[in-house]
Design a protein around this ligand. Structure first.
Ligand SMILES: CC(C)(COP(=O)(O)OP(=O)(O)OC[C@H]1O[C@@H](n2cnc3c(N)ncnc32)[C@H](O)[C@@H]1OP(=O)(O)O)[C@@H](O)C(=O)NCCC(=O)NCCS
Length: 169
């Protein structure tokens, strides 16, 4: 798949389940792909839709505390937003549509969602092969990697999103 036209848009989480399952959890069935907070207020699910209408990329973000203390962040680092934190999950691009900027565009839309909701600390359990992808988007690693059964090594990554980042996108 080369030179694909796509548009990133907000969707209902269910529109991304098949891509989530195929890319991230192929050993599970579609019924177990929904996340507990998919439909909660504040959660944003975004998809890259190709010109033929296929979901080629997706991610979702929801309010959730990070798995580490934010006390160590100075007010300068956190922008005084220690109380607001967001978890990115379900970041996936269809295998035949990778390296075309789709993941970067979907992640930028996630950052925009957080910015539009006042900003805060954005974190994820990153798959180690995706660390460079997240670093380019301003994330840094926290702590040591660990192995996730059937999936592989992960590491926590995070960044601060400022409330006015929305103006930059
Ligand atoms: C991680 C993932 C979502 C990235 O999606 P993507 O659509 O390929 O992302 P991008 O195209 O924006 O960027 C990926 C790479 O392409 C390069 N790239 C970006 N835009 C490009 C373009 N227009 N042309 C060529 N290359 C480009 C980037 O430099 C990047 O390089 P990297 O391999 O060092 O990371 C995707 O690889 C994926 O779904 N992986 C499997 C699931 C996974 O690990 N998800 C993350 C869970 S934490």
């Amino acid at each position: 798949m080369r030179g694909v036209d796509f548009e990133v848009t907000a969707v209902h989480a269910s529109e991304t389940f098949e891509l989530r399952r195929a890319v991230l959890r192929p050993f599970e069935d579609a019924a177990s792909i929904a996340l507990e907070d998919d439909d909660r207020p504040g959660t944003g699910t975004f998809a890259a839709i190709s010109s033929s209408g296929a979901v080629v990329g997706a991610a979702r973000v929801a309010p959730a505390p990070p798995p580490f203390s934010t006390e160590a962040l100075t007010s300068d680092d956190s922008g005084g937003r220690r109380s607001a934190s967001w978890r990115l999950r379900g970041m996936a691009t269809r295998e035949d549509a990778r390296n075309l900027g789709i993941g970067t565009a979907v992640l930028a839309r996630v950052v925009q969602h957080v910015a539009e909701h006042g900003g805060g600390l954005l974190w994820c359990n990153a798959r180690v092969p995706a660390v460079a992808f997240y670093r380019r988007a301003g994330f840094v690693e926290h702590g040591d990697p660990w192995g996730e059964p059937r999936i592989g090594p992960h590491v926590v990554m995070w960044r601060i999103v400022w409330g006015d980042d929305a103006a930059a996108y």
